[in-house]
Design a binder for this molecule. Sequence first.
Ligand code: HEM
Length: 495
Amino acid sequence: MEIGFLSSIFLILTPLFLFFIVKKYSRSSKNLPPGPQPWPIIGNILQIGNNPHVSIAIFAQQYGPLISLQLGTQLLVVASSPDAALGILKTHDRLLSSRSIPNAFDHSFAPFYLVWSADCGQHWRSLRTLCRNEMFSVKALQDQSSMRLEKLGQMLGFLHGKKGQVVNIGDVVFTTIFNTLSNVFFAKDFLDFEDEHRTAGGLKEKLFTLLQDGMRPNISDFFPMFKRFDLQGLRKGNLKNIREVFSFWEHIVDERRALLNSSTTVMEEEEKSFLDRLLENGFSNDQINICAMELFIGGTDTTTSTIEWAMAELLKNKEAMSRVQEELKYSCNDSKIISESQLSKLSYLNACIKETLRLHPPVPFLIPRCAFETCEVMNYTIPQDTQIFINVWAIGRDPKVWEAPLSFKPERFLGLNLDFKGQDFEFIPFGAGRRMCPGLPSGIKSVQSILASLIHQFEWVLPDDEDPAKLDMKEKFGVTLQKEKALQLIFKDLN
Ligand code: HEM
């Protein structure tokens, strides 16, 4: 009798208890954006898969432009339309511009980050201002132009020696961009074209591993209550990698600091590298090391992948390639060299770059932001500490926004006042708002000059007479959205 009574109470209370739990955590009761039903404990982790930009775009078709997902106990909101992106990056830019530092990067020097800086605080602001003035301003870019031309010349010289051989385009471009940046920062080349593996004694691989491990799915990010245990050892491993990366240039920082402190050295303004500027502004070694690491990570793969995709699209789209070739031939008066001042006037080439960034944004979700305070977007609540992603890949391929969105049609940008400067929310490959990419002017200049030279000086074909129309365009989601199969080409000289 007693047992029967207890089991009846249990039978009545259990559904009630479950009802209240579900209600407490349900989306509608909290006015969260809709989204796929999460599984108990793990949430939507398994539904996202290896290509999250694609699976989340499919969810957006079903649930709308602003969706919420649960990754463990971490709430995620993803915007997949220009209006939703505007609501986050413009209307609520101040409240939604923090970053949550991935646990693998959460070390004692976290307050010095630029990319992962948790808030838009004093250090972040002064570093961004310094970068803007000393690296990316019109004057800074002009001052760097002869060095950039020299790096471009080294790349072209190397390529001219490779006639008839298969060239890995991404590899060659990466070396050029890496050395350009290392010269701006340290006034020094780090990679060598002639070194068969072009790894700078492993620096390239270390930086890649660092970021790849840092972005690996981590229990500590899904369940922050476990973060201090570092259950997968990712934070510990990452710290070791970071220290190893620093060791590649730490001696340069020390030498330069000593030189600057020596009373006998007077350095001319134009001789100064970005490192000198950081030293003059009182930055510590750790602050400088972190800044260098973040700029190498932020500025190399993104730019390289844009050029590799642009070359692949142009090979596949013969008419567009011929138009770029004609434009270059006409504007250069048959000279082999393209001056930097001509680059912004090459309207078809620039339309091709935009079209490439629309279809293949190197950072498909932007860099995740975090809600500093609770606020409302599109009438839904975004609670404090929610992680916020913007699916620019999905926006770039949305038929409601673009006509024939999957076709490579650079013409769509001609005569259209649509740019990637963070004002047109249907096209934001560099982000928008206060966290927008500070490296845009330099990244675009590199893409324009390298792509223009590759096309103007060589005629590229696929090895073994492969048909370019059948070129494999599969993507690989990772540190950046890269071509799954590296682009391998052979060239004939253009006469
Ligand atoms: C085609 C080239 C590039 C693309 C597509 C690109 C894209 C992006 C994107 C999407 C973001 C996140 C913006 C946001 O959250 O709204 C970003 C941030 C950033 N990028 Fe770039 N980027 C490129 C080149 C560069 C270069 C050349 C550098 C530096 C040398 C650089 C340094 C950074 C830094 C430091 C941040 C973090 C800014 C912050 O959080 O305050 N990027 N980039």
